[in-house]
Design a protein around this ligand. Structure first.
Ligand SMILES: [Zn+2]
Ligand SMILES: [Zn+2]
Ligand SMILES: [Zn+2]
Length: 265
């Protein structure tokens, strides 16, 4: 199974540059230092799967081929991950868009954009179908098996996703021990590393490096980067070669040679 991963956005909640900031990162001319809010497009076995749909979704999609999504997976309900759901409207020419998230996230969306749902749906609102998923319960999109697992965003329980030998984690502070088996035998991990200074709800770049090395992942990209993470070019001087800052538009291709079978706990 081949998996194509495209990083549509690699920035933290405010995006980079940060409005009003003139630091060396925010004023950098290196296009890798311009970061949309974090999101990824996964293409596997003929399916197109979007992970998160933040406020930069429209801009991100203007750079992509216009094709339907087979699933939109949501990690959690913070604005930087769901703020672009209304912009799924153009994609409704292909039919209703199926969105998958945990119960609290689904409820939040119904409250955030109520005109898209229920009896009094606004006539030209997007057709969104919300599906509730749970951590550690497989979701099947055609032949593609998606394994949601728990990660902790400070005190807030949110989701990470594993597909084949690829896993995507954003906004994590701590990985619960029950999720650890979901990160064994990976070929590629995309994981958040906010900055160098500790933060109450996100792991640092150093935490992310420690986790990646601990999991023995051969290739990893850091996402959800803040301007204070520093220049992309500088990161190459201190990160080990298999760990890189992700950048917007980056494509990663992996070939999976083993199926993932979760251990029953
Ligand atoms: Zn976030
Ligand atoms: Zn800045
Ligand atoms: Zn968040």
């Amino acid at each position: 199974m081949d998996i194509k991963i495209k990083l549509l956005g690699t920035g933290t909640s405010s995006g980079v540059p940060l409005i009003g900031c003139s630091c060396n990162v925010c004023s950098s001319t290196d296009c890798r230092d311009r970061r949309y809010r974090s999101s990824a497009l996964i293409e596997v076995d003929g399916k197109r799967i979007l992970i998160d749909c933040g406020p930069d979704f429209r801009e991100q999609m203007l750079q992509e081929t216009f094709l339907p999504f087979d699933a939109v997976l949501l990690t959690h309900e913070h604005y930087d991950h769901v703020g672009g759901l209304d912009d799924l409207r153009p994609f409704c020419v292909f039919g209703a868009v199926n969105i998958y998230g945990e119960g609290p996230c689904i409820k939040h969306i119904e409250q955030r954009i109520p005109y898209c749902f229920g009896e009094h749906k606004y006539p030209s609102a997007p057709s969104l179908v919300l599906h509730e998923i749970e951590p550690f319960k497989v979701l099947e999109i055609g032949n593609v098996k998606i394994f949601p697992f728990r990660v902790m965003h400070g005190q807030m329980p949110i989701l990470g996703f594993r597909i084949g030998q690829f896993a995507y984690i954003t906004d994590m502070k701590k990985l619960p021990s029950e999720s650890r088996p979901y990160l064994e035998d990976l070929k590629c991990l995309v994981v958040n590393g906010l900055r160098h200074k500790p933060h109450p709800t996100h792991q640092t770049i150093e935490d992310a490096v420690e986790l990646i090395n601990d999991l023995d992942v051969p290739e990893a990209r850091l996402i959800h980067l803040a301007h204070s993470a520093g220049l992309h070019a500088d990161s190459e001087n201190y990160l080990p070669p298999h760990i890189k800052f992700g950048y917007d538009g980056e494509e990663i291709n992996i070939q999976c040679d083993a199926d993932f079978i979760p251990v029953q706990s």
